[in-house]
Design a protein around this ligand. Structure first.
Ligand code: FE
Ligand code: FE
Length: 218
């Protein structure tokens, strides 16, 4: 794995993120690398994806909404940093840090929503984000306990928590989260799971084709 991107990522993090967010990121790195070693994923890929996952978390609304509009992510992503920061981060990872590994980019892109058919690396980043040692919210201990036992069980529990929270707040629930829940509920099969629901052509999100040239700030 080419690790020459690490210095650039660290520099960007220093510039873009708060102390607290950097601590969170370090916690995700630590948790994700340990999980990768334990579960047989590539620890270097886990490290890179974890470092990148929240790099756009502190973009202001103006910048993020411009990104969302420019890349036609859909109205649900406007004023919704919780969803958009993952997609922006995957793109920055690609264009600014030169990361081309699809699994790393997907792990970054789906770290908030999850999705049906998640790879092992995607699951690791998703659950490391939710359970890293600095996390403190109701239910986090149950997630950590589930994770000791089975990563799929922990991912399902976390996704259900997200769904329940989002719906209780009457906010938008991303299709990917609902589809991920259904997929984990049938045992997260590696093949033969129901394909994504048909979406309008315009709604299809492909971060490989995003254009962020005007938004890059170093
Ligand atoms: Fe995040
Ligand atoms: Fe995070």
């Amino acid at each position: 794995m080419d690790m020459t991107c690490i210095d650039k990522i660290d520099e960007y993090m220093e510039y873009e993120l708060t102390e607290k967010r950097i601590r969170h990121t370090e916690g995700v790195v630590e948790t994700a690398v340990a999980l990768a070693k334990k579960l047989g994923a590539d620890p270097d890929k886990a490290l890179i994806a974890a470092k990148c996952h929240d790099i756009c978390r502190k973009w202001d609304d103006e910048r993020m909404n411009a990104f969302v509009t420019l890349n036609q992510l859909g109205d649900a992503y406007i004023d919704n940093i919780n969803l958009s920061h993952s997609k922006a981060a995957a793109h920055v990872a690609k264009v600014a840090f030169g990361i081309s590994d699809e699994d790393i980019l997907n792990a970054i892109s789906y770290h908030t929503t999850g999705r049906a058919g998640m790879s092992l690396l995607e699951k690791i980043i998703f659950i490391a984000d939710a359970t890293e040692p600095n996390r403190d919210y109701p239910g986090v201990e149950a997630l950590r306990e589930a994770l000791e036992e089975d990563i799929d069980k922990a991912c399902l529990l976390s996704l259900q928590g997200t769904r329940d929270y989002v719906l209780s707040q009457e906010k938008y629930l991303d299709d990917d989260t609902q589809e991920a829940i259904e997929w984990f509920e049938i045992g997260a099969p590696t093949e033969g799971y129901p394909k994504k629901k048909e979406k309008e052509e315009d709604d299809e999100f492909d971060f490989n084709n995003l254009d962020l040239t005007d938004l890059m700030m170093f």
